[in-house]
Design a protein around this ligand. Structure first.
Ligand code: F6R
Length: 433
């Protein structure tokens, strides 16, 4: 739906960087790829090179897949493209599977017609005493190519861009940096375990990035909190991506989940017109209750006006009535029959009485989150005859070290021995661990 002018201005006053929101990462990537393709073709018509700054990590994989598709199916040529990658682990062989050299070849370069001499990445193989010179040369090469026309960025959960971790200076240039522990944990998925993730990396600096003529930062899924802080918060070196507020042509391309903490999505009543559906009323009132620390039923007209929800009173009646409406919605969400009660008639929840038993799936980000956060519900679903499955979304190998596991297995074997319990299985697992 197009925004009215007033609405756009109100959004702007929260968002200090332009944000384009797409339903899925794929749609966001198609948009960015089309923009890159347009620029490549425009430069080609002028017999010029297009200088593209590139990122690695999980975020741009769909972008590279789309660029490869454009090359194969729509004849997009990369002959006039010069690339500079943001970063590379140090020390790491170019040929290592986890190197950003390998990543780029695997996802993009080997599938398109780019001239290999136009590809540039920091060199993670050099002896330490040569790094400083190499970094200076990298900066000079970027300048020599006429500067970066468009820089693609991802973002770390701590707000890093490239490998400029929190605290990096706005004046920083290409250099050797120490990776944050949180970054090493996040990137451990690319290695066998966290101890193999290099502690250092070579990265373009913040000032190098800011010199790019155009910047596109992409983010999907779980990045919502850091996206909101970077776009709406203060500019601070503690959140390197917030410094992008000072660039005059920077766009964040995000999916709906990564956008979900932006004020216009999270609290749209604060940015202008908002349609007061029952769900929106519930969100606004619960939000106000959390913010003021007051129970829903104690919120007053004054609270509504003070918290930017005065509109709702004008449209839907007085505070007392709205509080009650939300209270009933919350009350109705509490049930001793989480999978539904057979043959019970609940007008607001017809789906609850329909199918019995149900097949339920519990998504648990990490083994044990299911038990810790909803063990009681889990048990009830089972006791009430439903078929319950759990999908663990990680194996847990990063948080639980091998040493920790073997220590507990040792204990289990000893315990079973001591109390005459058959420890055949524990021994078998221990020998494989
Ligand atoms: C990688 C890079 C990093 C990543 C960031 C997000 O070249 O510069 O800043 O963009 O760590 O990584 P993913 O995309 O894996 O979430």
């Amino acid at each position: 739906m197009p925004h009215t002018k007033l609405e756009v201005n109100l959004i702007d006053s929260f968002e200090k960087i332009k944000v384009e929101i797409f339903p899925t990462p794929k749609q966001g990537s198609v948009y960015v790829a089309a923009e890159i393709a347009r620029c490549i073709r425009e430069k080609k018509q002028q017999w010029q090179k297009f200088v593209l700054g590139l990122a690695t990590g999980s975020t741009p994989i769909t972008l590279y897949a789309e660029l490869v598709r454009l090359h194969r199916e729509e004849g997009l040529s990369f002959k006039n493209v010069v690339t500079f990658n943001l970063d590379e682990y140090y020390p790491l062989d170019e040929d290592a599977m986890q190197s950003y050299h390998s990543f780029m070849h695997r996802h993009l370069f080997q599938h398109v017609d780019i001239d290999p001499s136009n590809i540039h990445l920091p060199n993670g193989e050099l002896p330490k005493e040569e790094i400083k010179k190499h970094c200076q040369q990298y900066e000079q090469m970027i300048e020599g190519a006429g500067g970066i026309d468009m820089q693609i960025l991802g973002i770390g959960n701590n707000g890093h861009i490239g490998f400029n971790e929190p605290g990096s200076s706005i004046f920083s240039k290409t250099r050797l940096v120490t990776l944050d522990n949180s970054t090493r944990i996040a990137n451990a998925r690319e290695f066998q375990n966290i101890s193999q993730v290099p502690r250092l990396a070579i990265t373009m600096g913040i000032s190098t990035i800011l010199k790019s003529k155009k910047i596109v930062l992409m983010a999907w899924g779980t990045k919502a909190p850091i996206i909101a802080r970077s776009v709406e918060g203060q500019v601070t070196e503690q959140i390197p991506a917030s410094i992008l507020q000072q660039h005059n042509d920077c766009t964040f391309v995000v999916d709906e989940i990564a956008a979900s903490d932006l004020t216009r999505i999270k609290s749209p009543w604060l940015t202008g017109d908002c349609e007061w559906t029952p769900q929106m009323i519930k969100r606004a009132v619960v939000n106000m209750s959390l913010k003021t620390g007051k129970p829903v039923l104690s919120l007053t007209t004054h609270d509504y006006n003070e918290n930017g929800v005065g509109d709702l009173l004008v449209e839907k009646g007085d505070a007392y009535e709205i509080n009650l409406q939300v209270y009933y919605m919350l009350r109705d969400s509490i049930t001793g029959w989480p999978g539904g009660k057979p043959e019970a008639y609940i007008p607001s929840h017809p789906e609850r009485s329909e199918i019995q038993p149900k097949r339920c799936i519990i998504f648990s980000p990490h083994p044990d989150d299911d038990i810790i956060s909803m063990g009681g519900t889990f048990m009830r679903l089972h006791d009430q005859g439903h078929e319950v499955h759990v999908a663990y979304q990680t194996s847990g190998n990063i948080a639980v070290t091998d040493e920790f596991v073997t220590r507990f297995l040792d204990f289990a074997v000893g315990f079973e021995d001591m109390f005459g319990i058959d420890n055949h299985t524990s021994k078998e697992i221990l020998s494989e661990a």
